[in-house]
Design a protein around this ligand. Structure first.
Ligand code: EPU
Length: 445
């Protein structure tokens, strides 16, 4: 068995009082990667700008290059020329890295008639099955075999179908959109996700020449066309990062003004924080938040336009600093509280329950993992050593560390580098003492 390296990268956080100032967010990790995949469908190159500088973009570019695409990255502009796509296989070395390979199946079937993608990865926040993707692709005519290594698919001409998703999955909706646009005939998709990043992708496909109608009640109607052209798009701002930086201001008693993510992407975050006593200044280009005192709240995560699951961990970190009892009920993923024990190690008082403490029926009946937490807020946090379990939980540690007394050492930061654009620079700009360092590898890492 290989022994762990003696040192590991870490972020060292020395709290420095209220965080104040301006942060500009770029396009979202969960938007850019899908636009890069959609670019595979064009006859001509596509250009996406306002790309974040995050690890998931580099991983996705490497996958596209492995398939034969020519990709140019120039600062925040990425151009993908899909014409030379020659391989149908996303190499095994990308196994477990992120959720993107499964989205490449439809485009690969259109480009080369077959596909192999390694098993999807991403954060360890539940079982994260791909059954909705597989069922939708099969309905459109793909033959699919799941092996130990990944998913093999082949198809002649894919055809439109009536697809009803059992749950409004973001990824499965994107699979259907990116497969139906070049399939023969009409696809009616019911139960679709309508997250802003999904709509942004649909609009990009329309810009490429796709015939997509958006109907009320989670329905898309897509009439397949013979070919699509490349298109250009400037990505909209990352609402997960934007919310997280607003919380960075609030949890430290400061005020952060976020640029680059518009109000409509944050509406439920703003109304929820508003209900807790936060005050806002909102303009066409920025949102800033501050509070004299925040009250506790009961929040449940949901699909758009509900309170998004990726806002859950920063909000729980904030709850730890609001006097009184708060509740968070997670309904999208079955295992998204893995970060809680480390917050408790920092001094938070959070109890986990596998009871649904909210109004939405649980989809994970019988699951032994907790779906709700109850937070007794107001306890002082102390700096400590914590290891990041997943990208969003990891950012909650940074927020808690900024509000704590004493130094925190945060390891497992590769999760954070996969999804946050220049976080160290942003926090330094807000006045936090934070730096990267190599530290002794924690025993359990
Ligand atoms: N689901 C299935 N079967 C499927 C697909 C999904 O049961 O075939 C279930 C999932 O297990 C989950 C629920 O449906 O319980 C929702 O999953 P969804 O497919 O919507 O998630 P995703 O597409 O895998 C994206 C984002 C997530 C974000 C969710 C929800 C990307 C790469 N990831 O995941 O972002 O939380 O939508 O908005 O776009 C993150 O950025 O940290 C992150 C996890």
């Amino acid at each position: 068995m290989e022994s762990a390296p003696a040192t590991t990268p870490a972020w060292i956080v020395d709290p420095s009082g209220p965080l104040r100032g301006d942060v500009a967010v770029r396009g979202s990790k969960n938007g850019i990667t899908k636009h890069l995949v959609a670019s595979m469908l064009g006859r001509t190159p596509s250009t996406i700008s306002n790309s974040p500088d995050v690890g998931d973009v580099d991983i996705t570019i490497s996958m596209l290059e492995a398939l034969g695409c020519i990709v140019h990255k120039d600062e925040d502009r990425i151009t993908v020329d899909p014409q030379p796509i020659s391989s149908s296989r996303v190499p095994l070395r990308f196994s477990g890295m992120n959720r993107i390979p499964i989205l490449m199946v439809g485009p690969l079937l259109h480009c080369v008639g077959e596909a192999f993608v390694p098993l999807v990865g991403g954060d360890d926040i539940g079982s994260r099955p791909i059954d909705f993707h597989v069922q939708a692709l099969e309905k459109m005519g793909a033959e699919i075999i799941i092996t130990d290594e990944g998913l093999e698919a082949k198809a002649g001409q894919l055809r439109g179908a009536h697809i009803e998703l059992p749950y409004p999955s973001v990824g499965a909706t994107e699979t259907v959109l990116m497969t139906a646009v070049l399939a023969k005939g009409r696809t009616v998709l019911d139960g679709a996700a309508t997250e802003p990043e999904v709509i942004e992708l649909a609009l990009f496909l329309q810009r490429m020449g796709a015939r997509i109608e958006m109907r009320p009640n989670r329905r898309f109607i897509i009439d397949g066309v013979d070919e699509l052209n490349g298109a250009a798009h400037r990505l909209k701002g990352d609402r997960i990062e934007a919310f997280s930086y607003l919380v960075a201001g609030l949890i430290t008693g400061g005020e952060v003004r976020v640029h680059g993510c518009t109000q409509e992407r944050l509406v439920t975050a703003i109304s929820t924080l508003h209900g807790m006593g936060a005050r806002f200044e909102i303009t066409d280009s920025s949102v800033s938040a501050w509070a004299d005192k925040l009250s506790p709240a009961a929040v449940e995560t949901d699909t758009h336009p509900g309170f998004m699951t990726d806002w859950q961990s920063p909000m729980v970190a904030l709850f730890t600093q609001c006097d009184g009892i708060s509740v968070m009920y997670e309904t999208v993923y079955e295992n998204r509280f893995t970060y809680v024990p480390a917050l408790n190690k920092m001094g938070a008082e959070i109890e986990m329950y596998n009871t649904a403490l909210g109004s939405i029926d649980s989809r994970f009946v019988g699951s032994t993992t907790p779906c709700s937490v109850v937070v007794r807020g107001g306890s002082p946090l102390k700096g400590t050593e914590v290891d990041v379990p997943d990208i969003r939980g990891g950012f909650a540690y940074v927020l808690a560390a900024a509000a704590a007394e004493g130094t925190s050492t945060i390891t497992g930061t590769h999760h954070l580098d996969r999804g946050y654009n220049q976080p160290i620079e942003n926090f330094l700009e807000l006045g936090l003492n934070i730096k990267r360092a190599d530290v002794a590898t924690p025993a359990e890492a």
